[in-house]
Design a protein around this ligand. Structure first.
Ligand code: 5GP
Ligand code: MN
Length: 336
């Protein structure tokens, strides 16, 4: 869905542009942002990517990553760029609160906000929104934004293709989630044609664990996993001490929740991590089990049907117990 098409012509003249994405960017957030960044630059715009936080190590190879401005490291410049921008792209989020410390600066900025996103329940803040909750990834929407909205498939360089491929690959769990339609595979084929070296991208993302990260995974599987067979549910609860023991950094817990979902018969998987200031929760499910509803109703969060997140200010064990107490409400959908 495209709203605000009357603004599209603005890109025909060089503009000052800032590309933003959600806090603690994942592969789709960074991939879609850098893919768009390369395209806008090639079209003659002055473009900067501003992030509210650093990004995980397993993304530290993406073309353009050195150009990214990390707000806490360069506050004055980042604020100035956002204030001066004619257009601020908002990628892979549709609620400004997801940009964390950037939120007040974005709200106060005068430039037009152009949202490209696939999350449910978008907030109404954008002058232009290119939004589709059925899209597998924001990177997929950036692809069609370039190829269909601006009819510039020919402008997709190998760099752009690489970033967009990485975004789609990570948000579809390597093309395994239900969102991976035939249309997604067609786009992937175009991206490979345009120069994305698919095997190399998989290597970068999946074969880049540190020894510590792998041992942390082993530790969690042995010590932090609880299977609740009567509700076809499995839960990881990771304490502050666990994080300290393995010197866990941004991205080290990425994908952990999927191991809980990979247990045969499990339909709902949860990961609770004690991040000092709050408990962060990740939920994953199969079929119609509504992770987003559970996160929204009980854990101050949201997301997609089968992948959502939220948080809690209670203790780790209180939060896990709260989650377990909710399971009977969903017994029917979890067990039949
Ligand atoms: P993850 O479990 O990987 O952190 O997040 C999975 C998905 O849940 C994200 O793509 C995002 O859509 C959503 N999500 C995660 N955390 C939050 C949150 O705190 N609030 C909202 N509204 N959505 C979240
Ligand atoms: Mn995404």
């Amino acid at each position: 869905m495209l709203i605000g098409e009357n603004n599209l012509h603005l890109l025909t003249q060089p503009k000052n542009i800032v590309v933003t994405t959600h806090h603690k960017p994942d592969g789709d957030a960074l991939g879609s942002s850098l893919g768009l960044y390369h395209w806008l630059k090639a079209k003659g715009h002055q473009v900067e990517v501003v992030l509210s936080s650093d990004f995980p190590d397993f993304l530290n190879w993406m073309p353009g990553r050195e150009d990214v401005i990390i707000f806490p490291n360069d506050t004055t410049r980042a604020e100035h760029l956002i204030q001066q921008a004619d257009i601020i792209f908002c990628l892979d989020y549709s609620a400004l609160s997801r940009t964390n410390i950037l939120e007040p600066i974005l709200r106060a900025a005068n430039g037009q906000k152009w949202m490209i996103d696939h999350h449910l329940d978008p907030e109404d803040f954008a002058s232009l929104s290119y939004w589709d909750a059925t899209a597998a990834a924001t990177a997929q929407l950036v692809y069609t934004f370039i190829s269909d909205v601006y009819e510039d498939a020919a402008g997709i360089t190998p760099e752009i293709a690489t970033c967009l491929y990485a975004g789609i690959m990570t948000d579809t769990g390597s093309f395994r989630f239900r969102s991976t339609t035939a249309a997604v595979h067609l786009i992937i084929s175009k991206l490979i044609e345009a120069g994305a070296r698919n095997w190399e991208i998989h290597e970068h993302i999946y074969n880049s664990s540190t020894e510590n990260r792998l041992k942390f995974l082993g530790y969690c599987l042995l010590n932090c996993l609880e299977v609740i067979p009567e509700y076809n549910t499995a839960v990881f609860a990771v304490t502050k001490e666990d994080l300290e023991q393995f010197q866990v950094t941004t991205g080290d817990t990425e994908g952990l929740v999927n191991y809980a979902l990979s247990v045969k018969g499990i339909r709902l998987a949860a990961l609770f991590i004690d991040r000092t200031e709050l408990i962060k929760l990740s939920l994953r499910s199969t079929g119609e089990i509504p992770c987003n509803e559970i996160c929204k109703k009980y854990f101050n969060g949201g997301g997609h049907l089968n992948a959502s997140g939220g948080s809690s200010t209670e203790t780790l064990s209180e939060t896990v117990n709260k989650f377990k107490s909710i399971l009977p409400t969903y017994k029917e959908i979890l067990t039949t």
